[in-house]
Design a binder for this molecule. Structure first.
Ligand SMILES: *Cc1c(COP(=O)(O)O)cnc(C)c1O
Length: 319
């Protein structure tokens, strides 16, 4: 299976320079324009397993603007694996750019109501799916399974610079788990993209426990014992943005030419900015921020912002 390492870049950013902090970004957004970032990492070992075990397809779940849905559809096309997406809620129409692209890439889109979607992990729902889609490998929402975590453990194996702190975005905390599991001696902060994301600490601990018990990761499991989920920078909740955040994204792009996505990496970098301003990050520290991708979501976000006085200004740059 192909592993694609991503570039590591040191970024010149006036605020970090002024605070005497080194900022580096691991550009997983550059892995691929569509299966970008951590969704690629999380799918890689799932795809490998599907090929090895001869499953007929991949079935997975997500919201209408989900990066994971976009990535799974493209990976399915790329590797010749049929994909099925169970999509939450009424906005699951094919006019939205994420689903239109997923559909174009061959994903079978099955919209379900929000109520049905909530039952997606029950035995009854999964049995019904298995009847309709026999012998499909079921990947949880956001690619959040052990294969996903193991894929994210590859990220730091590509880094040979030593850092004091690592920052990453948190949705399901799968990526955070992979980073924590492979970051011995480094402090790791996951910035939650959702309100009240602290409950995800238990997910990280569960994944760490499974990794500790797994033979597959015996050689690579080197956990950090200094990690946290930061809950201050969700900016209104999952998938929400506000004017301050969008203006920050535009300014950050103007200065560094790094495009941030509206759901995750913008909030991570916004958190770093706030923590620098509050002197919560000491002078002399070397920071690694993971750019986990998600740029495909910019177009959908700008559509939702049509009636607002602010927009993400670099949509065209992404194409
Ligand atoms: C899905 C996603 C995340 C969150 O990753 P988890 O492993 O679910 O915590 C972060 N950044 C981007 C760009 C994503 O698409």
């Amino acid at each position: 299976m192909i592993k694609i390492p991503s570039p590591l870049q040191q970024i010149s950013w006036s605020l970090a320079d002024q605070k005497g902090v080194e900022l580096w970004i691991k550009r997983d957004d550059l892995i691929h324009p569509q299966i970008s970032g951590n969704k690629w990492r999380k799918l890689l070992y799932n795809v490998e397993l599907v090929k090895q075990k001869g499953y007929k397809g991949i079935l997975t779940f997500g919201g209408a603007f989900s990066n994971h849905i976009a990535a799974t559809a493209f990976a399915g096309k790329y590797f010749g694996i049929p994909t099925v997406g169970i999509i939450r809620g009424e906005e699951a129409d094919l006019n939205n750019p994420t689903l239109a692209e997923a559909h174009k890439n061959g994903m079978e889109i099955i919209p379900v109501t929000r109520e049905e979607y909530k039952t997606k992990e029950t035995d009854a729902f999964l049995e019904e799916l298995a009847l309709h889609f026999p012998n499909h490998w079921i990947v949880p929402e956001g690619g959040s399974n052990l294969q996903g975590v193991i894929g994210c453990m590859d990220i730091l194996s590509e880094v040979n610079v030593e850092f004091d702190q690592i920052f990453t975005g948190v949705g399901t905390a799968t990526t955070l788990s992979g980073i924590v599991a492979s970051a011995t001696g480094v402090s790791v902060t996951g910035v939650s993209a959702l309100k009240g994301g602290g409950y995800l600490r238990a997910h990280v601990n569960n994944f760490l426990q499974s990794l500790e018990e797994s033979e597959e990761t015996a050689a690579t499991f080197r956990p950090s014992n200094n990690w946290n989920i930061e809950e201050r920078f969700h900016c209104g909740g999952f998938g929400k943005v506000n004017q301050e955040l969008v203006e920050f994204m535009n300014a950050f792009f103007q200065e560094t030419r790094i495009p941030l996505d509206p759901v995750y990496t913008s909030k991570v970098m916004f958190g770093v900015k706030k923590m620098l301003e509050l002197d919560e990050i000491s002078r002399g520290q070397k920071l690694l921020v993971l750019h986990t991708g998600g740029l495909q979501g910019i177009r959908g976000m700008n559509k939702r912002l049509t009636n607002k006085p602010y927009q993400i200004e670099y949509e065209a740059f992404i194409d």
